[in-house]
Write a protein that binds this ligand. Structure first.
Ligand code: F3S
Ligand code: F3S
Length: 107
């Protein structure tokens, strides 16, 4: 099981979640961040600090964002399991689910 980042993160990228993660498993894409499903230890520390409530335990992911489970998993198809986001840095790519979205308006 894993935590998942959903659509509210897109074009916001607050990054408060990164500070909380004890295993450095939250990776930065171009328009949102992604949680590594195999590196996440389900500690839950990231979930309450996101100001836009983008983070959910996979079983609690709202129906309208159900494809974000797949987006978080498949984002790592090419990079595998680097074992730490800070050494990887920002990746200049996004999952197609995210890349196809129009710019998300600021509130
Ligand atoms: Fe995104 Fe929220 Fe983290 S906006 S970067 S999931 S704190
Ligand atoms: Fe996973 Fe979030 Fe903890 S990504 S390891 S639940 S801080």
């Amino acid at each position: 099981m894993t935590y998942v980042i959903a659509q509210p993160c897109v074009d916001v990228l607050d990054k408060a979640c990164i500070e909380e993660c004890p295993v450095d498993c939250i990776y930065e894409g171009k328009r949102m961040l992604y949680i590594h499903p195999d590196e996440c230890v389900d500690c839950g520390a990231c979930e309450p600090v996101c100001p836009v409530e983008a983070i959910y335990y996979e079983d609690d992911l709202p129906e309208q964002w159900s494809e974000y489970y797949k987006a978080n998993v498949e984002f790592f198809d090419e990079i595998g399991s680097p074992g730490g986001a800070s050494k990887v840095g920002q990746l200049d790519t996004d999952h197609p689910v995210v890349a196809k979205l129009p710019p998300q308006a600021e509130e």
